[in-house]
Design a protein around this ligand. Structure first.
Ligand SMILES: [Zn+2]
Length: 1033
């Protein structure tokens, strides 16, 4: 074994200069010859059969907890780890071990609020709504009962009584958020106060309602306790959640007839509060179980031993100790991993560790990679695995003495000992056939059938590629991209092109036998763009003309993917297919599809079949693609049903994306498509990836959701994984967890870089464990929870009737909240709805999820749109599901044109609109500009250059002129700043109040009753409250 990998490694403080110098940080990345031919094979996915060592039996041999790495007194915001900022470990440094072993008290002192205060503020801001003021207790059984329930807000009687700790100081001093007051008072809207919705009540349709009439019986079981409290709730004008006097509720006259909409928990308020509290701060990841700021908050991450929340977020940062507790609360335990998440420029890019021929150091038993959770013992000669407790020998060349604290002297010089995320250069053992991979290739496959030619799409794509190919991703520091490109056109037959640089003209080769797809040329199909630029540009000029007179309207599809896979196979590389396709593939060929869109199935047991892909050919194709590392991106331009459920199946198993531009018109969707294509081609991506999530003893990863493929129960295969793709992982107990050791997890992703280097990307995260459910609820993250629920529901709808899926969601919501009420909240009137602080806006997200096109089950929605929506959500990260399920509604008429900031969003409800106003709504996929009827003419003039609203067409407009005035500039700057934050480009739709097109906009006002079914937020909350009360009695 050579030592050079370690000896030669300079401290990683050199890997700096922005992203540059990235790969030079840890010794030079080895030229191919560096790979360790001689080292023993350590297959990445080898079963953990290695040498079994007995676990350490005596904790007495353990070193004292490491002192937290401070990286000097100043927190570095700009990425650099200058050499000098690594102070030698100092004994007097406060003990803040990030890594688990020490008792909690040791490191609560820093960023964690001491329990009592936390508890109190938790209780304090627990939401209280006194519902059903005058209704009899048995109300729940009669949802349509006449008596309009009375809603009032009331002070939370619970707040002075945290169950586990003495009351703290005056609640008011603890930063309970102020009442929602973003908008001025609006005319009282018709709030539909006719009571909690039941099927059929106040709703146009029975089917899409979303609610079970009765909760599922199983969940009623555990709750035997009588929570019958006084029926009355103190009516009180103070809106949720601030401004409560400390005392108990006071009766103050008859209950109000109408609940102030401001009184129910507000997502925008919660987002604003978190931004105010944690925005602009540095989030240091040195504390186990620390709950990160919200995804919507602007913060900087400093990695000190746990992965950044950009890479990993959890549904809760405190796992229950036992399976029984987990079962009791029904809060899913899950992590959302975005292994390639974009790291902002002011944060440190991942360091690259190069251990040379020896390769990464791994636990002999569980194969976990060296990380901060490994404990060095025995003078540094051995280490105990933080995942399986196995005691391993430290390889000779990796030996390092320990300091008096038991930490390795070189801890801060090695990313793998001190950071949550880093990369290893992989050795040949991690490569297919023990050969270093070739750089990946991008193959552009253009449907040249009649529709695409007629719409001008083919010409548009060809023109764009001429410049876009100059922007192919490249390895840090490389001058040009190492990626190869290839071109195919097709309708019923396929045309391959030889674009070898030596040719004067491109050559076309036709394959008409689509049943047995093969690639007619090897040399000259996949080329380097820089070298073949002239031939490629020539080809791109010719393609639109070659097919200009086509009458062919039939297409094939599966053979196109097959051709791409074969081409990559022949070139021995991974890569991505960009397929630009317009119609349902009806030509005689494998994978031929037929129209099976039958909306009569909506609302029936068979509705699920609409979303199930056609099996057979496509199933096998997905398998072939993954085996070859062939990702498929599908750009669809349909004029009618194309069976998205089937066509999107391969992309959704290969880490690919599906884009859909219905009724494509150059003027309407041209820019959006080009912008999506550019983002897609340029984005950072890894290929031929396989991911394994390892966990500490007591729990394990049991289920995975994403654009992934699973050949077995543990290896997550992705033909490619880009910066926007997330995998949601669910965990289950297989034993109990201890509060002392917490719950650790390690996500290891083996992949090929765009330059053809094999690497391992490691993300580590440590969570707390508690036998107190209150800890779990306190550490919940609503945005992560809803991501999990969305993905699990969207999978479940393939196998179960949608009605059942919706029922499960509602039941689980009620169950989680009832369990909190029963076990964590202090006793209070049953009429009070009490929500855990960290989940107080969970119901609005859940209700919004129930109203999404996929789940709502309306015959008015296109089947393809619903299937498309499913695919989108399937690979979304937490940021994306958050804004999708709670869009931002931004008032523009009141904005300060001199300020840089985006105006604060208001609640996503019709009643926040204002007819003399103008609002922008965005959900990450779509953007609307809504113009009130009485919108000031000068504003209209400034934005559209017409004298009044009446001069604007009532057709949906999609473009906003760029004009030379402050308003116009400001709005364009807001739009572009929002667009930059989002993964896909958003088409702008301009709608006028009361125009027909307004309904497109209104269906995104998620606090209101759904246009296609589904309740308003208020009604949903009441319904859930009723369910909770039923569970508690
Ligand atoms: Zn282990």
């Amino acid at each position: 074994m050579s030592q050079q990998g370690y000896v030669a490694a300079p401290p990683y403080s050199q890997a700096q200069a922005g992203m540059g110098g990235y790969s030079t940080g840890f010794g030079n990345p080895p030229p191919q010859s560096h790979y360790g031919y001689g080292s023993p094979p350590q297959g990445y996915s080898a079963p953990p059969t290695g040498v079994l060592k007995p676990p350490a039996s005596s904790p007495s041999g353990m070193p004292p907890p490491p002192v937290s790495s401070q990286y000097g007194a100043n927190i570095q915001q700009n990425g650099a780890h200058p050499h000098s900022s690594f102070p030698p470990p100092v004994a007097s440094a406060p003990s803040m071990s990030p890594y688990g072993q020490p008792p909690q008290g040791a490191f609560h002192s820093m960023a964690q609020v001491p329990p009592p205060t936390q508890q109190l503020s938790n209780q304090m801001s627990a939401m209280n709504i006194g519902g059903y003021g005058q209704r009899p207790m048995q109300g729940p059984q009669s949802p349509s009962s006449s008596a309009a329930p009375q809603y009032q807000t009331s002070p939370p009687p619970a707040m002075g009584h945290p169950p586990l700790s003495p009351p703290g100081p005056q609640p008011s001093s603890l930063g309970s958020p102020p009442p929602m007051a973003t908008m001025g008072p609006m005319a009282g809207p018709p709030m539909g106060m006719s009571g909690p919705p039941g099927p059929g009540v106040n709703q146009p349709q029975l089917g899409p309602q979303g609610y079970p009439q009765q909760p599922g019986s199983p969940i009623a079981g555990p709750y035997g306790a009588q929570m019958a409290g006084p029926q009355m709730a103190g009516p009180q004008s103070g809106a949720f959640p601030g401004g409560f006097p400390g005392g108990p509720a006071q009766m103050a006259g008859p209950p109000q007839k109408k609940l102030d909409p401001d009184s129910i928990p507000s997502t925008t308020q919660m987002i604003e509060d978190d931004q105010a509290k944690r925005g602009g701060q540095v989030y240091v990841t040195n504390i186990r179980g620390q709950v990160p700021p919200l995804v919507t908050t602007d913060f900087t991450v400093q990695d000190q031993g746990n992965a950044s929340p950009r890479f990993m977020r959890c549904t809760t940062y405190s796992f229950p100790c036992t399976a029984d507790l987990a079962k009791q609360c029904k809060v899913p335990l899950a992590a959302i991993l975005k292994p390639f998440a974009t790291v902002p420029k002011n944060e440190t890019p991942l360091y690259i560790v190069n251990h040379g021929e020896a390769g990464p150091i791994r636990c002999n038993r569980c194969k976990a990679y060296m990380c901060p959770y490994m404990q060095f013992i025995d003078g540094g000669r051995r280490y105990q695995c933080g995942f399986c407790s196995c005691v391993n020998e430290v390889p000779v060349q990796y030996f390092q003495h320990l300091d008096h604290m038991g930490r390795r002297m070189d801890m801060y010089e090695r990313p793998e000992l001190s950071l949550g995320s880093y990369e290893y250069i992989a050795t040949l053992d991690y490569c297919k056939n023990n050969k270093p991979p070739n750089p990946p290739a991008y193959i552009f496959m253009i449907d040249v059938s009649y529709n695409n030619i007629k719409s001008g799409l083919v010409k548009l794509i060809c023109e764009e590629l001429k410049t876009l190919l100059d922007r192919l991703p490249k390895e840090e520091g490389a001058e040009t991209s190492a990626m190869k490109v290839g071109f195919v056109t097709y309708n019923k037959i396929l045309h391959f092109y030889n674009v070898k640089s030596a040719l004067a003209q491109p050559q076309m080769m036709v394959v008409s036998d689509v049943a047995e797809m093969f690639v007619p040329l090897l040399d000259g199909f996949l080329v380097n763009f820089q070298e073949s630029r002239a031939v490629i540009n020539n080809l791109l000029d010719q393609i639109p003309d070659m097919f200009a007179d086509t009458n062919e309207s039939e297409t094939v599809f599966a053979p196109v993917i097959q051709a791409g896979v074969e081409a990559l196979k022949a070139a021995e590389c991974s890569g991505k297919l960009f397929i630009f396709h317009s119609s349902i593939p009806t030509a005689e060929a494998p994978g031929k599809l037929k129209n099976r869109d039958d909306r009569k199935l909506v609302g029936t047991e068979k509705e699920k079949t609409l979303f199930q892909p056609q099996r057979g050919v496509y199933e096998q194709l997905a398998k072939d693609c993954v085996a070859q590392g062939c990702c498929v991106d599908l750009f669809l331009f349909p004029n009618q049903y194309v069976d998205v459920a089937t066509m999107g199946d391969v992309p959704s198993h290969t880490g690919g994306s599906v884009y859909k531009y219905s009724n494509f018109q150059m003027e309407v969707n041209g820019q959006q498509f080009l912008s999506d294509l550019r983002k897609d081609v340029e984005k950072s991506i890894g290929f031929d990836a396989i991911m394994r999530v390892r966990t500490g003893t007591g729990f394990r990863a049991t289920d995975f959701f994403g654009a992934i493929y699973m050949n077995n129960t543990t290896d997550v295969e992705m033909a490619a994984v880009d910066c926007d793709k997330a995998v949601t992982v669910e965990f289950k107990h297989d034993d109990s967890l201890s509060e002392e050791s917490g719950a650790v997890m390690q996500c290891a992703l083996l992949y090929t870089t765009i330059g053809g280097q094999r690497r391992l990307r490691i993300h580590n995260l440590s969570l707390n464990c508690s036998s107190q459910l209150s800890e779990l609820y306190k550490s919940c993250e609503t945005d992560a929870l809803i991501n999990f629920f969305a993905k699990s529901a969207y999978r479940a709808m393939l196998n179960q009737p949608l009605k059942v899926v919706r029922e499960i969601l509602v039941n689980q919501t009620a169950h989680m909240l009832a369990c909190y009420r029963k076990n964590c909240a202090s006793p209070s009137a049953a009429s009070q709805l009490i929500l855990p602080d960290a989940m107080k806006v969970f119901p609005v997200y859940m209700n919004s999820l129930l109203k999404t096109p996929s789940l709502v089950g309306s015959t008015e929605l296109s089947t393809d749109d619903r299937a498309f929506h499913r695919f989108l959500v399937n690979s979304m990260g937490v940021e994306e599901t958050q804004v999708l399920l709670y869009p931002r509604l931004i008032p523009l008429h009141t904005m300060d044109v001199s300020s840089e900031a985006i105006p604060a969003p208001v609640r996503c409800s019709e009643e926040r609109l204002n007819e003399s106003g103008m609002f922008l709504l965005e959900n990450g996929l779509l953007m609307f500009l809504w113009l009130g009827q009485a919108c000031p003419p000068d504003l209209i003039q400034n934005l559209f250059n017409v004298p009044s609203l009446g001069h604007l067409s009532s057709e949906v407009q999609t473009s906003l002129p760029v004009l030379d005035n402050a308003h116009s500039k400001k709005i364009h700057s807001i739009i572009s700043s929002i667009s930059q934050q989002r993964a896909s480009s958003m088409k702008l739709l301009i709608v006028k109040q009361k125009d027909r097109s307004e309904t497109l906009f209104r269906q995104h006002l998620v606090e209101d009753k759904g246009l296609h079914g589904g309740a308003s937020y208020m009604d949903f909350l009441c319904y859930v409250h009723r369910e909770i009360r039923q569970l508690l009695t």
